[in-house]
Design a protein around this ligand. Structure first.
Ligand code: CA
Length: 65
């Protein structure tokens, strides 16, 4: 019989795929996630990428004029 040691805590963290932020913000009028020809970009949007664990800003970008 195996001995039990209940003093250990353990968690499982799923692998996180690398992610990136693109350079387009638009009004997705038909909700398909694709910028179609009749869906204009939205200027003046500021995107701030922060690390969750400490809130450090990794990158700041804007969609321009
Ligand atoms: Ca669309």
């Amino acid at each position: 019989m195996l001995a039990q040691d209940l003093t250990w805590d353990q968690g499982i963290v799923p692998a996180v795929e690398p992610a990136s932020i693109g350079d387009r913000v638009w009004s997705d009028l038909d909700g398909d996630g694709i910028q179609d020809g009749d869906e204009p970009g939205i200027p003046g949007i500021i995107v701030i990428l922060e690390r969750v664990v400490d809130g450090e800003q990794i990158e700041v970008a804007d969609t321009g004029d």
